[in-house]
Design a protein around this ligand. Structure first.
Ligand SMILES: Cc1cc2nc3c(=O)[nH]c(=O)nc-3n(C[C@H](O)[C@H](O)[C@H](O)COP(=O)(O)OP(=O)(O)OC[C@H]3O[C@@H](n4cnc5c(N)ncnc54)[C@H](O)[C@@H]3O)c2cc1C
Length: 512
């Protein structure tokens, strides 16, 4: 397709043609990890499937997570064994089918005297955690003595430390997981289109007539589909026909240089009822996250000064000599958790559980869950679609078939950003649907989050993208302006990252 249809614009026209030519078995709305997983699963079973995404693929929560594949050790402490077993199993499946994006990541969880997480209790907890991965976690957990922990984490405040437990989860790259899943979906015949917003739909004679607005060429078109899955994450209760009720909470992350907090493993940071993670990410460390109720614009949750202060306060208590200040923050990102609400609009007890609901014949809403459980969510949703269609589909194979073939695993699909270079940028524009500069800098390559000099890098990237996409000088400048605007709300030079004048954030931030 790429060789035959040379320009991005003609490639998009061809996709619109493919989406509108015949009745689809399934239209997926939303190009986050859940929508991408559904599209891949459905295409692998032989369904005619299309997917539309209003902005860029992975624009929403799926590029703003903590990047962990995890069972959720703290849900175990809350007694939600089934939920942890489910996610733990999925973690191990992802390690098998996407090894390049599921690296085993050891966590050190220091324990303190007189504190709710006693070392012996945690020791039993992490053994159970291993067992819940069908007995084979990504590595074996163990307990560590006090001296060993303080040797491993020399800057750690030694007061009351009794030792630690060390257990395993996985580190991924959330937006790359979405893109690789979409690449696989299209290889199996799915048609996907970004910058294409679902507007409304009407059901006539068991067919959904869906109106979609494409925003690059400006086309308004209709997709006819026997089934529709609303996989729009935090937007899912805003769509017409949706029967979902959500409660959104915001989580922010900060990125600092690893030299400022040299952690060999990920560290669980607890202070009072707050729990945060320090996650090594190449030469950087990701610090996060928070969990605050949110009712602002869904498109642009931002990290404010209170969020930064909250996270750095915890770091300062646990690593008192590190002296990390807002000036150390290289970048930030904020995401919205689409938590399924109960009838009163409260997050349900087990708020990370997912829900798949057919509110009208042939229309499903799929919400909640986690990055880690997207494959299972997709499998269960497509099972329901296949049952209703009554068609002769192939069985689900997503738990066993590798996401990409070894040839498709090129150097760009990595957890830590690839080296900056023209070849990578050409790959993103030619094979990964990048249209705007921020598509590359933020979601394809994560260079915006990894490099302090990202604006300089963006200049070069704009040049390479422009050559590929036929940008004139005005377009190139407009793209650079758009990128600056998209990043300035989260950048370390922005006023929000200057220390606040007064007030503590602790009261407004709930336990993570
Ligand atoms: C701070 C934070 C940290 C997290 N950390 C982890 C973690 O470490 N591990 C883990 O397993 N999970 C984690 N999660 C949860 C996980 O990130 C989410 O569950 C998951 O990304 C949700 O994916 P999604 O596809 O449902 O939604 P999204 O990724 O938000 O995708 C929905 C998409 O739908 C599109 N859309 C909306 N409306 C329309 C429309 N009208 N037409 C077309 N498209 C539309 C949006 O643009 C968006 O791209 C975290 C979440 C947060 C907020």
């Amino acid at each position: 397709m790429i060789d035959r249809l040379s320009t991005p614009s003609s490639r998009r026209e061809a996709s619109v043609g493919d989406l509108t030519r015949t009745d689809l078995d399934l239209l997926v709305i939303g190009g986050g990890i859940v929508g991408a997983g559904v599209a891949r699963d459905a295409a692998m079973r032989g369904l005619k499937v299309g997917l539309v995404e209003q902005f860029d693929f992975a624009f929403g929560t799926s590029s703003r997570s903590s990047r962990l594949l995890h069972g959720g050790l703290r849900y175990l402490a809350q007694g939600h064994v089934g939920l942890v077993r489910e996610a733990s199993k999925e973690k191990c499946i992802l390690h098998r089918i996407v090894p390049h994006l599921a690296a085993p990541l050891p966590f050190v969880f220091p324990t303190r005297r007189g504190w709710q997480w006693a070392k012996w209790k945690l020791g039993i907890g992490v053994k159970m955690y291993d067992l819940l991965c069908s007995g084979r976690n990504l590595g074996r957990s163990r307990t560590l003595g006090r001296k060993r922990v303080l040797d491993m984490l020399p800057g750690l405040n030694p007061r009351g430390i009794t030792g630690a437990v060390r257990y395993y989860d996985g580190l991924t790259n959330d937006s790359r997981l979405v893109l690789d899943t979409l690449r696989s979906a299209t290889a199996h015949g799915a048609v996907v289109l970004n910058q294409a917003q679902f507007d409304d739909a009407e059901r006539c004679s068991d067919i959904w007539h869906c109106r979609v607005q494409e925003t690059v060429n400006g086309a308004l078109f209709e997709v006819r589909a026997k089934s529709v899955i609303n996989a729009t994450g935090p937007w899912s209760d805003k769509l017409p026909h949706s029967r979902t009720e959500l409660r959104l909470t915001k989580g922010v992350h900060l990125v600092i240089d690893r030299g400022r907090l040299p952690v060999p493993d990920a560290v669980v940071l607890t202070e009072g009822d707050r729990i945060l993670f320090a996650i090594p990410w190449g030469e950087r460390v990701i610090l996060g996250t928070t969990d605050t109720d949110y009712d602002g614009p869904i498109e642009s949750p931002t990290c404010d000064a209170e969020d930064v202060r909250y996270i750095l306060e915890v770091i300062a208590t646990l690593f008192p000599d590190a002296g990390i200040t807002p000036a150390d923050v290289i970048s930030t990102w904020s995401g919205l958790r689409p938590l399924v609400a109960d009838r009163n609009g409260n997050p349900s007890d087990i708020s990370r559980r997912h829900e798949i609901k057919m509110g009208e014949p042939g229309w499903w809403d799929i919400t909640g869950g986690k990055l880690t459980t997207y494959r299972l969510m997709a499998e269960q949703a497509v099972d329901q679609v296949v049952r209703r269609l009554g068609c002769n589909a192939r069985p689900c194979r997503t738990a066993v078939e590798p996401l990409l073939t070894p040839e498709q695993c090129d150097g760009v699909s990595t957890i830590v950003p690839p080296e900056v270079g023209q070849a990578a940028v050409e790959h993103y524009t030619d094979r990964e649907w990048a249209i705007h500069l921020d598509d590359v800098m933020m979601r394809r390559a994560s260079w915006r989050y990894y490099h302090r000099n990202h604006l300089e890098i963006a200049e070069s990237v704009a040049g390479w993208m422009g050559a590929r996409l036929g940008w004139d000088d005005n377009t190139r400048r407009a793209e650079l302006d758009r990128y600056r605007r998209a990043t300035e709300v989260a950048g370390p030079d922005h006023p929000v990252l200057k220390p606040p004048k007064c007030g503590s954030c602790a009261a407004r931030v709930k336990t993570v």
